[in-house]
Write a protein that binds this ligand. Structure first.
Ligand SMILES: Cc1ncc(COP(=O)(O)O)c(C=O)c1O
Length: 376
């Protein structure tokens, strides 16, 4: 056979819904930016992926160093120790827990375990991109509910649920808008949702909430077995590169999710690091403090520049800059990477991850330069 003749486009074998997936666009990596601009990677400031500017928990680093010699063994596929730790921390049973390769994995496991092509999924406008992505991967129908003041409109979400709806995804706080729905409103929402519809509450940024807004959702699962809570160690715990997150669910739901989970989806170093990081309360306290101050610093900076930002509850803040594509490029030219969110239907906004004080200062100066002379 003549190898040069292409007689069949093999990629067309992938189902239409898979070929229509718009791939997730992550924050621009430092190395790529440095290459393109001919700059030293050390001079680049990345505030684009909601990573922890303090680095990983030092306890996690020490734990990983101590575990390197065990890498010839497969990880504990049951995640016994990590589940025991999470159980003790959150007052749930190990049977309530599903471990994920990042919480992204947990979101995908819910969809893979419960969603069929003929079902629908409800999520908000400007919600985290992974919800439409996992829905599209199954070929199910997506119902996008208009946002209210950039945030999740719970009444409209409840009204949007149809008889074929299987999952409602929502993040609290939400990414990329940083908005927050009071837990009491969410509890009332859950009361309204039919018991045959899963409500996935994605709490990737929950650790950044002030004490008085601490999430009560793990306590809801016993009364509402259709609630799934998703958490991650990527943000406040500083372990984004290791990929570890977890879901909390009714044991029957967790059991089904575990059936579609890869047997070793969380690697050994990730589990060892997670165990140590969950114990590192000093690191979490510092992460929260640095974040709260950084949010204030950025908010004040935006006010000074006459820019409107959305009230922020996570480790990032979303600001309206006008032609966000142009400002993004002008910041990039100064070695500062932020996140354009036109793909989330917000072409005039940029999302900025909170940095250390000197990062925030450098970003604000670069932003002022990028905006140029303007009437305030
Ligand atoms: C709302 C939300 N959920 C989930 C994730 C996934 O995070 P990870 O897979 O690192 O746990 C993110 C990451 O940015 C997020 O913003």
């Amino acid at each position: 056979m003549d190898g040069s003749v292409k007689t069949f486009d093999i990629a067309t074998l992938a189902p239409e819904n898979v070929r229509a997936i718009a791939p997730y666009v992550p924050g621009k990596p430092i190395a790529e930016t440095a290459r393109e601009l001919g700059l030293d990677p050390a001079s680049i400031l990345k505030m684009a992926s909601n990573e922890n500017p303090l680095g990983p928990s030092p306890r996690a680093i020490a734990a990983i160093e101590g575990a390197l010699a065990d890498l010839n063994y497969y990880p504990d596929g049951s995640g016994y120790d990590l589940k025991a730790k999470i159980s003790a921390m959150l007052g749930v049973q190990p049977e309530n827990i599903v471990l994920g390769n990042g919480s992204n994995d947990v979101l995908e496991l819910v969809a893979r375990a419960f969603l069929r092509r003929e079902d629908s999924v409800v999520h908000s406008q400007h919600a985290f991109m992974v919800y439409p992505l996992v829905t599209q991967a199954i070929g199910a129908t997506r119902i996008e509910v208009p946002a209210r003041d950039y945030g999740t409109d719970l009444d409209a979400m409840a009204r949007a649920i149809r008889p074929d709806t299987r999952i409602v995804f929502l993040a609290n706080p939400n990414n990329p808008t940083g908005t927050f729905n009071p837990w009491e409103d969410l509890r009332r929402f859950v009361e309204r949702v039919p018991p045959n519809v899963l409500v996935v509450v994605d709490e990737a940024y929950g650790e950044y909430l002030p004490d008085e807004l601490k999430s009560p959702t793990p306590g809801w699962i016993a009364r509402h077995p259709n609630v799934v809570v998703s958490r991650t160690l990527s943000k406040a715990y500083g372990l984004a590169g290791l990929r570890v997150g977890f879901g909390l669910a009714d044991p029957s739901v967790a059991e089904v999710m575990n059936r579609v989970r890869q047997p070793f989806n969380v690697n050994h170093l990730a589990m060892v690091a997670a165990l140590a990081a969950l114990d590192d309360s000093a690191f979490i306290a510092k992460s929260r403090e640095v974040n709260a101050r950084g949010l204030e610093q950025l908010k004040r900076g935006f006010e000074r520049l006459g820019l409107e930002s959305i009230p922020a509850y996570g480790n990032f803040i979303t600001v309206r800059v006008g032609d966000a594509g142009r400002i993004y490029q002008a910041l990039l030219a100064q070695g500062v990477i932020v996140r354009p969110i036109a793909g989330y239907g917000m072409p005039e906004h940029l999302r900025i991850t909170v940095g250390l004080p000197q990062h925030n200062e450098r970003f604000l100066a670069a932003l002022e330069g990028a905006l140029g002379p303007r009437a305030k």
